[in-house]
Design a protein around this ligand. Structure first.
Ligand code: AMP
Ligand code: MG
Length: 417
């Protein structure tokens, strides 16, 4: 057991107990938000063929030199090509093909004129006839080239890239019905406390609902993990031992809430020490003491305090980055911003404060932060209303309205800013 340590030291120790999980092959849509474990190459050229970027006419640019609304040029329309059609009919000099967006360019034509700059000499939808063109195109205008996005055999997404919706589209166009991504950690969520009842029960005298189990599970999902919520663990050594043993056998990471103070019925620390290793208990931050790190076998363990906001903040600072690391992410920190304080804030303790707050855009356009409710660690409303943690550094201090302070944005993804 070690003494008090900084948030940074504690985080390093958490990472040291975690490993990047193995890769797995998943259906394309299941890859959303995950990290690609092996590069993905394209099986074809994308686009697969030169095609029109506009509805209009495929033409020879040279035929239309000087064309304008005052001096239109008339061309013979020799074919009509819709998206999905294919025409190998040559478009010769003085000729044009009616062409739709995405349709393959016919042989011979070198440019596309938008339909807006033409007047058809034929009935709507009919082939043949003539077209009057009121514009001179640039050579190659409005043609999307074969292989513009990627060539057959080229890497379309590299290992380590995070797959967003656009990445899903790229993988689909290059033939990847399945992709290889890092596995999501199964995270055991264990709430300890004899005072706890389930969410669908009405608490009796001295009881409260087990809200942490749900808030932690939600944070696990938001971090990309798969929560496994276990039944409430009573404040009893045997129950604690059984629950931890089962969680370590079934999951990749264990998160507990409560039972880590110096109360008479706090069994998390002694049982963790008995079954595995326990590394630290106190981090110089508020809210959130104590935090308990360890492992059972090769399964990392993080014991959060029971107070709902301490649980919430501790998860954000320590558990979320660890779960992202396990999924192959390299960006592990939420974006930090320097913003203007909307009102005075005082702090006393030496510890670093993480206050629940909200950043908004002030009338003058600057970003401004204000506390989003009561800062009691037993209350969750301020965290719910907030979008950031206002970080006040170690040491005593008064922070005046208008001064610059640091916030950690909880509504923005790691890796931005
Ligand atoms: P503990 O760390 O076990 O001493 O708990 C600290 C405080 O957090 C107590 O007021 C508990 O009632 C509360 N608490 C503990 N576990 C939970 C939970 N699962 N849901 C909501 N509050 C809890
Ligand atoms: Mg307790």
């Amino acid at each position: 057991m070690s003494g008090t340590m900084t948030v940074e030291e504690a985080r390093e120790r958490v990472f040291a107990r975690c490993r990047v999980l193995e890769a797995e092959e998943v259906g394309l849509l299941d890859a959303l938000g995950r990290v690609l474990a092996a590069e993905a190459r394209s099986d074809i050229d994308v686009a697969p063929f030169d095609n029109s970027a506009m509805d209009g006419y495929a033409v020879h640019a040279a035929d239309l030199a000087g064309a304008s609304s005052d001096a239109p040029v008339t061309l013979d329309v020799v074919s009509h090509i819709a998206a999905g059609d294919y025409s190998d009919l040559e478009v010769g000099p003085g000729q044009a093909a009616r062409i739709m967006t995405g349709a393959p360019m016919p042989p011979g034509a070198d440019s596309v004129v938008m339909v807006e700059f033409t007047e058809s000499g034929a009935a709507e939808g009919s082939t043949g006839g003539t077209v009057r063109v009121m514009r001179e195109p640039q050579l190659g205008e409005h043609i999307r080239r074969r292989g513009e996005e990627v060539r057959a055999g080229d890497v379309v997404l590299a290992a380590g890239e995070i797959i967003g919706p656009a990445g899903i589209g790229l993988l689909a166009s290059t033939g990847h019905a399945t992709v290889t991504v890092f596995r999501r950690p199964r995270v055991a969520v264990l709430s300890t406390g004899d005072e706890l009842v389930e969410v669908d029960e009405v608490p009796g005298p001295g009881q409260i609902r087990n809200s942490n189990s749900y808030s932690i599970a939600a944070q696990v999902i938001a971090a990309g993990g798969v929560p496994v919520r276990y039944p409430i663990v009573s404040d009893d050594p045997d129950a604690t031992r059984d629950a931890f043993t089962r969680a370590a056998a079934e999951c990749d990471f264990i998160v507990t809430s409560g039972g880590v103070s110096v109360g008479d019925f706090d069994y998390v620390k002694p049982i963790l020490e008995e079954l595995g290793e326990m590394e630290f208990c106190k981090v110089a931050m508020r809210p959130g003491n104590p935090q308990t790190l360890g492992s059972i076998g090769d399964v990392p363990f993080f014991g959060l305090p029971g107070n709902p906001t301490s649980t919430f903040v501790g998860f954000e600072i320590f558990v979320r980055p660890a779960l992202r690391y396990m999924q192959g992410h390299t960006e592990l920190d939420r974006p930090r911003q320097t913003v203007r304080l909307a009102h005075d804030v005082k702090k006393k303790q030496d510890r670093r404060y993480y206050l629940r707050a909200r950043v908004t855009v002030a009338d003058d356009g600057a970003l401004e932060v204000a506390l989003s409710g009561s800062q009691s660690s037993a209350l969750l409303t301020a965290a719910h209303r907030g979008n950031c943690l206002l970080v006040l550094p170690e040491g005593d201090g008064s922070f005046a309205a208008g001064s610059e302070v640091q916030v950690v944005r909880l509504d923005m993804e790691e890796g931005i800013a």
